[in-house]
Design a protein around this ligand. Structure first.
Ligand code: ADP
Length: 608
């Protein structure tokens, strides 16, 4: 040092100047009282002081030293004694109060014992790095011990080298088995999934491998669904680290959800009800195939449209929009009912579908064609009122005639009484007839009509029917037209019911005294019964429906009142015999009913 000081133009001095200017080292002179007398730019910059402040003696080690290290005399004494201070990383205060980590070497200058030279190296960055590393290490430890993420180290030969407890929990192998090199992850991968090798090759080449889902076999033989992410260890070409998360439960829930969704899709697509989903602009976002019962457009053409775009009647569109708005705004379901221009009735059940914020995102609509249901309700209502009316009127008449009989008897008028009893009887018979018809329908509806086949002479049956009808309706003449007698096989009672019904109708719907003609014929293996009247006839537009249940082509009148069941029952009986029944009619001229049956109505039963 002595030589160096003397040789102010020498190599050392030059090097020293270079060092001072370089900015890499902070250099200052101070006296033993701690006042800094001079300093280079790096030194000043590090502590935030100006040259002027140094020159005016405002920078001192006392100010730079944090309070916990004060007072300094011990250090000054040591410095004096040994000539230089030990090299130690220390903390100092900047002018603004913040702290800086630095490595300081101080030495007492020889030529002036009171002066000290200080070399200072800023080590704040190194300090930070150390702290950072320590935090990282702590974080790594907490991940390692968390129990949630399985971590393992492996090599490219397929072995697991080490792992945390979470990994052993996921796949069931013990750490000892792993450490003994008994666990090969190559062997664990589900053979159905063979994608991992390409990933490892890429990782070895330094490429990044995205997290992926896979399945590994558990020690118990079953499989676990895993989410894996891995990377090669720094600088290594054959060892890597993996993070493993068990997603088996999530996968199974997904599978169950998929199955349910698929099931729902099948149900929806095969349902007669129309299922549609509408977005906030009321556009169709989903339509089930059943919608093709009301529109012939391909499903893909409907998506993205509104009911207005589909050409639906404006009144229905407006009503439907109102219902959708209600669900979107009130966030509750609603039911809509409307009638199409073709007269069909529809019922829609609208249900809100919510987004994650609890707002209605879509509206699910299930629409059902309720036309038939409406008709049935209407039919049932009119049937109940008709039945009560029909059953009440013969009963009232019956009561009246019985009262009149009583009066006649009291008066001793036997002839009158006989006459009233006859009339009362006729009304009682009508009542029984109505009730029988109802029972018949109920029986037929539950499939209980059974036929009792016997062989008989059809002419004999026809005669009996004429006789019965004539007794009940004696105001018409029934002519039985040329017939040949032949044997048929049928249910005698049931066939009688059909023919009596046709003859009674012919009588009821004709004017007094008009003629009714019944004729019989056979050809090949079938025979035909015709009943012709010259009564009121049946309007052409009503003719196709007269065999329907509860259908009446005539306005209610006393003589012709009925339930509209006679022809329906007759048609059922004829059908059971494998026959046909039909009618021809000209209003105000008359009607003709035809019953065509096989000679052997039991034919099917013989076959099987
Ligand atoms: P109903 O008890 O009403 O007579 P049916 O089933 O026997 O019931 O007949 C159904 C309808 O067919 C009757 O209401 C009537 O309008 C019409 N009809 C049946 N037979 C005749 C007929 N011979 N002449 C005119 N109309 C008839």
């Amino acid at each position: 040092m002595e030589e160096m000081k003397v040789d102010s133009t020498g190599l050392f001095f030059q090097s020293f100047r270079t060092l001072i200017k370089s900015g890499a080292v902070g250099i200052s002179y101070s006296n033993l009282s701690g006042v800094i007398l001079n300093a280079n730019q790096s030194f000043l910059k590090l502590f935030g002081y100006t040259k002027l402040e140094v020159k005016s003696g405002k920078m001192s080690w006392q100010l730079l030293t944090p309070h916990e290290y004060l007072p300094l005399p011990g250090a000054v004494e040591n410095l004096k004694k040994s000539g230089n201070s030990p090299v130690l990383p220390k903390e100092y205060l900047r002018k603004d109060g913040s702290r800086v980590s630095a490595l300081i070497i101080s030495a007492v200058l020889n030529h002036a014992k009171a002066e000290v030279i200080n070399f200072l190296f800023d080590i704040s960055d190194t300090k930070l790095l150390e702290e950072h590393l320590s935090v990282m290490n702590k974080n790594y430890q907490s991940i390692w011990n968390s129990g949630i993420v399985g971590i393992n180290f492996w090599n490219t030969d397929g072995y697991i080298l080490d792992c945390n407890d979470a990994y052993t929990d996921i796949l069931g192998y013990t750490k000892e088995e792993i450490k003994r090199g008994e666990v090969k992850w190559f062997d664990m991968v589900d053979p159905a999934i063979n994608k991992y090798k390409a990933g490892i090759e890429a990782a070895v080449l330094g490429q990044s491998v995205k997290p992926y889902e896979t399945r590994h076999r558990h020690k118990d033989g079953g499989y676990r669904d895993l989410m894996i992410m891995y990377t090669m260890l720094y600088g290594s070409k054959n060892e890597g680290i993996s993070l493993v998360i068990d997603i088996t439960d999530k996968k199974q829930a997904e599978m169950r959800l998929e199955r349910t969704t698929e099931r729902m899709r099948k149900i929806t697509e095969n349902m007669e009800d129309m299922v549609t989903i509408h977005d906030r602009d009321f556009r169709f976002v989903y339509v089930s195939p059943a919608i093709q019962t009301v529109t012939n457009l391909p499903l893909s053409d409907i998506i993205g449209k509104t009911t207005w775009d589909m050409g639906t009647h404006p009144a229905i569109c407006a009503y439907f929009d109102k219902c959708l708005s209600k669900v979107f705004l009130e966030k509750t379901g609603t039911v809509a009912e409307y009638k199409n221009i073709d007269g069909r009735h529809f019922q829609s059940v609208l249900t809100p579908e919510f987004d994650l914020n609890g707002e209605v995102e879509n509206v699910l609509v299930v629409t059902r064609d309720i036309t038939e249901m409406k008709q049935q309700i209407q039919q049932r209502e009119s049937f109940v009122s008709m039945v009560s009316h029909e059953l009440k009127s013969p009963m009232t008449s019956l009561k009246v005639y019985l009262q009149m009989t009583e009066r006649s008897l009291l008066k001793g008028d036997m002839e009158g009484a006989k006459n009233f009893i006859k009339k009362a009887n006729a009304h009682a018979n009508r009542q029984v007839g109505l009730i029988n018809h109802l029972l018949e329908v109920a029986r037929n509806d539950s499939g209980k009509i059974t036929l009792n086949f016997t062989e008989f002479n059809i002419a004999q049956l026809v005669n009996e029917c004429v006789e019965i009808t004539s007794l009940q309706y004696n105001h018409n003449h029934i002519t039985v037209h040329p017939y040949s007698d032949f044997i048929v096989k049928a249910d005698y009672e049931r066939l009688m019911q059909v023919i009596v019904n046709l003859l009674s109708n012919a009588s009821r719907y004709s004017s007094r005294g008009s003629e009714i003609i019944i004729s019989l014929s056979s050809y090949q293996d079938r025979f035909l019964v015709k009943v012709k009247d010259s009564g009121q006839g049946i309007p052409e537009d009503k003719l196709p429906f007269i065999f329907d249940r509860f259908y009446r082509a005539t306005e209610d009148g006393h003589s012709s009142s009925g339930l509209g069941l006679g022809l329906y029952i007759s048609a059922q009986i004829v059908e059971k015999h494998h026959g046909q029944i039909w009618a021809e009619s000209i209003p105000k001229v008359g009607s003709e009913f035809f019953v065509e049956l096989p000679l052997n109505g039991d034919i099917d039963r013989i076959k099987y």
